[in-house]
Design a protein. Structure first.
Length: 457
């Protein structure tokens, strides 16, 4: 069973069209009920009274007097004629009032009927031609135009003569309501078209705003949106543009400030390193040199980590499976498997490779036999990296992503490690709309990265 549309445009269009449709149905219902209640029974009774009284009069007359009575009794709604055969061989039947009265009043023999039903072609011809002009012409009943809703009866006068009655009745409900139904359908179609364009005009800026917000959340540079749409929507777009400008300016100012701090710190650090060379105590000199090198490394890493908030690289379409395969080829002891031979993905290729390089280096440095796998899960991409190392304490699984956090001596064997690799990796993954989690597998640590497939093209 198809669900209700999830988009605002779809729901608004469905609501408006359904409202118009049911309102037209209600209007038609009242029109039909009123016609049946006020006119249906009266018209039928008038036809019956006229038919039965005329039949009895003509049955009692003969010769020219009967011919004159037939002529005077005919009118545009009902006409009489005499023939030697009935108009059809179908005997009237049914339990309605019309058939029941005729059977009761006509006792000289069976009553035969020839009906010309109302069809779609009848309706079209009736309303889009000369309408009823030919319906009242006298002549052969078999040649009566099909657009004329009529009924022909043959009432027995004697064994050789039949009184033929042509009833050109008022059009039935279906024929009368046809132009009403047609106009309602045309109005519904016209209003639906206008509603579709109007709703699309309102919701199109919302869709653009949603896409821009998604891109901004991934760290992309987004141009200011064109302000359009109703007042409430245009003010929202304007507020988004202002917010985007402030966020961009904040990130740029912070990056410039950190760059300035890094530049200013390098000068005194270099000066201190030169002075350390003049220290005669070798052990003290080596310790101070190691401390200065660590400070320089931390300053450079801090600047690099902060720059991830102001990514300059633009999104491009690339084969992410090939990129991961190339990355694993850079390391020894790392294997790669993929459920698909290739996958086109739209993202920042250099940043993606950097994130996975940091995770692989973490696995190589603190474990062994690193395995990376790629899987297309239809609604998302999943990449897992499994090592055979000691793992990490359960309560510290989130701390691994914190800047400058190093967990235990066994995970600090790499010289110069300042604890920013996993932080940078998570920042990049989040900028692409994905997520990263770690879990112990005893032995080893498994890192699971998910990326949304809507990035793919």
């Amino acid at each position: 069973m198809k669900k209700i549309p999830e988009t605002m445009a779809g729901q608004l269009i469905l609501l408006i069209v359904a409202t118009i449709f049911f309102s037209q149905i209600i209007i038609l219902f009242f029109i039909l009920s009123e016609k049946k209640g006020n006119f249906g029974e009266q018209e039928e009774q008038a036809y019956l009274n006229n038919l039965v009284s005329t039949y009895k009069i003509i049955l009692s007359l003969s010769g020219k007097t009967r011919e004159q009575a037939i002529y005077l009794s005919s009118n545009p709604d009902i006409s009489f004629s005499i023939s030697s055969a009935p108009v059809s061989k179908r005997e009237i039947f049914g339990k309605n009032n019309f058939a029941r009265v005729l059977k009761r009043e006509i006792k000289t023999g069976p009553v035969y009927i020839l009906e010309k039903p109302v069809t779609l072609s009848t309706m079209l011809s009736f309303w889009f031609s000369d309408r009823m002009d030919e319906c009242f012409d006298s002549g052969d009943l078999e040649r009566l135009p099909q657009r004329c809703p009529s009924t022909a009866l043959s009432l027995p006068l004697n064994s050789t003569e039949w009184l033929n009655v042509k009833l050109v009745q008022e059009p039935g409900e279906a024929l009368v309501l046809f132009p009403v139904i047609l106009s309602a359908l045309l109005a519904l179609a016209g209003i639906s078209i206008v509603v579709v364009f109007a709703v699309k005009r309102i919701t199109s800026p919302l869709s653009t705003l949603s896409q821009a917000a998604e891109r901004l959340g991934r760290g992309e540079t987004v141009e200011p949106l064109r302000i359009r749409g109703p007042r409430e929507l245009s003010s929202t777009i304007e507020a988004f543009n202002v917010m985007q400008h402030r966020l961009t300016r904040f990130v740029q100012d912070r990056t410039k400030m950190l760059a300035s701090i890094s530049h200013d710190l390098r000068t005194p650090l270099t000066s201190l390193r030169l002075r350390v060379e003049f220290i005669e105590d070798k052990d003290l000199r080596d310790k101070m040199t190691a401390t200065l090198e660590e400070m320089q490394n931390m300053v450079a890493s801090c600047l690099l980590f902060s720059s991830q908030d102001a990514v300059k690289e633009k999104n491009n379409s690339f084969d992410i499976v090939l990129a991961l395969q190339e990355l694993t080829d850079e390391f020894s002891g790392v294997s790669f498997t993929s459920g698909v031979p290739d996958y086109k993905y739209s993202g920042r290729r250099i940043s993606i490779k950097r994130a996975f390089r940091n995770i692989l280096e973490n696995g190589i440095n603190y474990g062994f036999a690193v395995q990376m796998s790629f899987k297309d899960c239809q609604d998302h991409l999943m990449i897992t990296i499994q090592d055979q190392g000691p793992g990490i304490p359960e309560e510290k699984k989130e701390e691994i992503f914190e800047p400058f956090v190093r967990l235990g001596k066994e995970r600090n064997t790499e010289s110069g490690n300042v604890g920013l690799g996993m932080s940078i990796a998570r920042t990049i993954i989040h900028h692409h709309g994905g997520n990263i989690i770690v879990s112990n597998t005893n032995p080893g640590l498994e890192v699971t990265i998910t990326l949304p497939v809507n990035q793919g093209v």
